[in-house]
Ligand binder design. Structure first.
Ligand code: SF4
Ligand code: SF4
Length: 128
């Protein structure tokens, strides 16, 4: 793992991986269709969708999340994470706030990210 000079805020967070139910089309875990999400880490949600294990719980916590929320956290299947995970952007990384990021951080008692968190230019993507 290459550690950038400025640590990406997601690597000290992980809140969104322990807040939302992470649901996606079953084909994302079907290798014959190009899906790369490890099937063993998923569970069937309905005829069309899977969910990451742990994220349908009353207190969600994705089975792939490693580390401690709010301290040090990263996705254990970063290269193979579902599309919905790729879609979550940290607030202000690209100049706009993210409702999902803000909601998850608030729920875990973490301060909302601001543009100042990116002054030195974070270089890594979501929980990467
Ligand atoms: S996107 Fe936001 S809530 Fe998710 S890990 Fe990054 S900083 Fe935390
Ligand atoms: S980014 Fe990784 S740890 Fe976070 S919810 Fe998605 S699969 Fe789970």
């Amino acid at each position: 793992m290459v550690i950038p000079s400025m640590e990406h805020p997601c690597l000290r967070c992980g809140a969104c991986c322990a807040f939302f139910r992470v649901a996606f089309h079953w084909s994302e875990a079907e290798p014959s269709l190009g899906g790369g999400v490890p099937p063993a880490l998923t569970e069937k949600l309905d005829p069309h969708r899977l969910a990451m294990r742990g994220t349908s719980a009353t207190r969600p916590h994705c089975v792939a999340l490693q580390g401690t929320v709010g301290e040090e956290a990263h996705c254990g299947i970063y290269e193979h994470r579902p599309s919905v995970c790729r879609d979550v952007q940290p607030s202000w990384e690209f100049g706009v706030h993210s409702a999902q990021c803000d909601k998850a951080r608030l729920a875990h008692g973490l301060p909302l990210l601001t543009s100042r968190d990116w002054l030195d230019g974070g270089r890594r993507g979501h929980l990467g």
